[in-house]
Design a protein around this ligand. Structure first.
Ligand SMILES: [Cu+2]
Length: 169
Protein backbone atom coordinates (compact mmCIF):
# COMPACT_ATOMS: atom_id res chain seq x y z
CA UNK A 1 0.00 0.00 0.00
CA UNK A 2 1.20 3.49 -0.86
CA UNK A 3 2.34 5.60 2.04
CA UNK A 4 0.33 8.78 2.60
CA UNK A 5 1.59 12.20 3.55
CA UNK A 6 0.12 13.50 6.82
CA UNK A 7 -2.04 15.98 4.94
CA UNK A 8 -3.44 13.35 2.59
CA UNK A 9 -4.24 10.96 5.39
CA UNK A 10 -6.15 13.69 7.25
CA UNK A 11 -8.10 14.45 4.10
CA UNK A 12 -8.91 10.77 3.63
CA UNK A 13 -10.22 10.56 7.18
CA UNK A 14 -12.39 13.67 6.74
CA UNK A 15 -13.91 12.22 3.57
CA UNK A 16 -14.73 8.95 5.30
CA UNK A 17 -16.16 10.58 8.39
CA UNK A 18 -18.52 12.45 6.09
CA UNK A 19 -19.50 9.18 4.44
CA UNK A 20 -20.23 7.56 7.81
CA UNK A 21 -22.38 10.52 8.80
CA UNK A 22 -24.47 10.11 5.63
CA UNK A 23 -24.80 6.37 6.21
CA UNK A 24 -25.93 7.03 9.79
CA UNK A 25 -28.68 9.36 8.59
CA UNK A 26 -29.96 6.77 6.14
CA UNK A 27 -30.05 4.09 8.81
CA UNK A 28 -31.97 6.19 11.34
CA UNK A 29 -35.50 5.61 9.98
CA UNK A 30 -34.75 1.88 9.71
CA UNK A 31 -33.58 1.75 13.31
CA UNK A 32 -36.66 3.66 14.47
CA UNK A 33 -38.83 1.21 12.54
CA UNK A 34 -37.09 -1.75 14.15
CA UNK A 35 -37.48 -0.15 17.57
CA UNK A 36 -41.18 0.20 16.84
CA UNK A 37 -41.50 -3.46 15.91
CA UNK A 38 -39.73 -4.53 19.09
CA UNK A 39 -42.08 -2.41 21.17
CA UNK A 40 -45.08 -4.03 19.53
CA UNK A 41 -43.81 -7.57 20.00
CA UNK A 42 -43.44 -6.92 23.71
CA UNK A 43 -46.86 -5.30 23.99
CA UNK A 44 -45.21 -2.20 25.43
CA UNK A 45 -46.20 1.46 25.40
CA UNK A 46 -48.24 3.05 22.58
CA UNK A 47 -46.64 2.73 19.18
CA UNK A 48 -44.83 5.79 17.96
CA UNK A 49 -45.34 6.78 14.34
CA UNK A 50 -42.36 6.62 11.98
CA UNK A 51 -42.96 10.23 11.00
CA UNK A 52 -43.64 13.21 13.21
CA UNK A 53 -45.74 14.78 10.48
CA UNK A 54 -48.49 12.16 10.63
CA UNK A 55 -50.34 11.39 13.82
CA UNK A 56 -53.33 9.13 14.33
CA UNK A 57 -55.80 9.44 17.17
CA UNK A 58 -58.98 7.78 18.40
CA UNK A 59 -58.53 4.57 16.41
CA UNK A 60 -61.20 1.93 16.98
CA UNK A 61 -62.66 -1.09 15.23
CA UNK A 62 -66.31 -2.01 14.92
CA UNK A 63 -67.03 -5.67 14.42
CA UNK A 64 -69.96 -6.54 12.21
CA UNK A 65 -71.58 -9.99 12.26
CA UNK A 66 -70.36 -12.05 9.31
CA UNK A 67 -66.61 -11.89 9.83
CA UNK A 68 -65.99 -8.31 8.76
CA UNK A 69 -65.06 -5.15 10.61
CA UNK A 70 -64.48 -1.45 10.02
CA UNK A 71 -61.70 0.68 11.45
CA UNK A 72 -62.14 4.38 12.19
CA UNK A 73 -59.68 7.07 13.27
CA UNK A 74 -58.57 10.65 12.78
CA UNK A 75 -55.42 11.17 10.73
CA UNK A 76 -53.64 14.48 11.23
CA UNK A 77 -50.90 15.87 9.00
CA UNK A 78 -48.75 18.35 10.89
CA UNK A 79 -46.38 18.79 7.94
CA UNK A 80 -46.31 21.43 5.26
CA UNK A 81 -46.79 18.97 2.40
CA UNK A 82 -49.76 16.83 1.42
CA UNK A 83 -49.49 13.17 2.31
CA UNK A 84 -51.83 10.31 1.43
CA UNK A 85 -52.91 7.03 2.94
CA UNK A 86 -52.22 4.46 0.24
CA UNK A 87 -52.58 1.14 2.00
CA UNK A 88 -53.43 -0.71 5.20
CA UNK A 89 -52.59 -4.16 6.49
CA UNK A 90 -53.17 -6.07 9.71
CA UNK A 91 -52.47 -9.53 11.02
CA UNK A 92 -56.08 -9.99 12.13
CA UNK A 93 -57.67 -9.82 8.66
CA UNK A 94 -56.82 -11.26 5.26
CA UNK A 95 -57.72 -7.97 3.60
CA UNK A 96 -57.83 -4.33 4.70
CA UNK A 97 -59.05 -1.74 2.21
CA UNK A 98 -59.77 1.98 2.30
CA UNK A 99 -63.50 2.46 1.65
CA UNK A 100 -65.86 5.36 1.35
CA UNK A 101 -69.58 5.12 2.10
CA UNK A 102 -71.70 7.19 -0.24
CA UNK A 103 -75.43 7.71 -0.07
CA UNK A 104 -77.10 8.21 -3.46
CA UNK A 105 -80.87 8.42 -3.70
CA UNK A 106 -81.24 7.05 -0.19
CA UNK A 107 -79.11 4.01 -0.95
CA UNK A 108 -75.76 3.61 0.79
CA UNK A 109 -72.92 2.01 -1.15
CA UNK A 110 -69.21 1.58 -0.59
CA UNK A 111 -66.47 2.41 -3.05
CA UNK A 112 -62.80 1.51 -2.82
CA UNK A 113 -60.32 4.35 -2.42
CA UNK A 114 -56.75 3.83 -3.68
CA UNK A 115 -55.37 7.05 -2.28
CA UNK A 116 -56.82 9.10 0.56
CA UNK A 117 -55.14 12.54 0.58
CA UNK A 118 -54.29 14.07 3.96
CA UNK A 119 -53.88 17.83 3.33
CA UNK A 120 -50.91 19.79 4.69
CA UNK A 121 -51.69 21.10 8.19
CA UNK A 122 -55.02 19.33 7.97
CA UNK A 123 -56.82 16.21 9.07
CA UNK A 124 -59.14 13.57 7.71
CA UNK A 125 -61.67 11.75 9.81
CA UNK A 126 -62.58 8.14 9.16
CA UNK A 127 -65.97 7.67 10.78
CA UNK A 128 -69.17 5.62 10.38
CA UNK A 129 -71.00 6.74 7.25
CA UNK A 130 -67.84 8.09 5.61
CA UNK A 131 -64.29 6.88 5.08
CA UNK A 132 -63.35 3.68 6.84
CA UNK A 133 -60.94 0.79 6.63
CA UNK A 134 -62.79 -2.36 5.69
CA UNK A 135 -61.45 -5.48 7.34
CA UNK A 136 -62.46 -8.69 5.59
CA UNK A 137 -61.64 -12.29 6.40
CA UNK A 138 -61.10 -11.81 10.13
CA UNK A 139 -58.67 -14.45 11.38
CA UNK A 140 -59.80 -14.31 14.99
CA UNK A 141 -62.90 -13.60 17.03
CA UNK A 142 -62.86 -9.98 18.17
CA UNK A 143 -64.63 -8.81 21.31
CA UNK A 144 -65.14 -5.34 22.74
CA UNK A 145 -62.05 -4.29 24.66
CA UNK A 146 -59.64 -6.20 22.42
CA UNK A 147 -56.79 -4.29 20.85
CA UNK A 148 -55.63 -4.73 17.27
CA UNK A 149 -52.64 -3.29 15.44
CA UNK A 150 -53.08 -1.68 12.04
CA UNK A 151 -50.18 -0.82 9.73
CA UNK A 152 -50.99 2.29 7.72
CA UNK A 153 -48.87 3.05 4.65
CA UNK A 154 -48.44 6.68 3.67
CA UNK A 155 -46.94 8.11 0.50
CA UNK A 156 -44.51 10.37 2.36
CA UNK A 157 -44.45 9.24 5.99
CA UNK A 158 -44.06 5.55 5.16
CA UNK A 159 -45.45 2.99 7.59
CA UNK A 160 -47.27 4.14 10.71
CA UNK A 161 -48.49 1.55 13.23
CA UNK A 162 -51.65 2.21 15.15
CA UNK A 163 -53.36 0.44 18.03
CA UNK A 164 -57.14 0.31 17.72
CA UNK A 165 -59.62 -0.72 20.38
CA UNK A 166 -62.51 -3.00 19.47
CA UNK A 167 -65.83 -1.39 20.36
CA UNK A 168 -69.48 -2.00 19.65
CA UNK A 169 -70.03 1.56 18.44
CU1 LIG B 1 -66.53 -0.78 3.55
Amino acid sequence: MQEMHPYESKHWLAKHIKRFAVLGTCLMPLLLLLAGCTTMAQGGPPLTPASEDISVSGAWVRVVPGGTGSAYMTITNNGGAEDALIGVSTDIASSAMIHRTEVKGGVASMTMVDRLPIPAHGKVELSPGGYHIMLEGLRQQLSPGDEVVLRLRFERAGEVMVRAEVRRQ
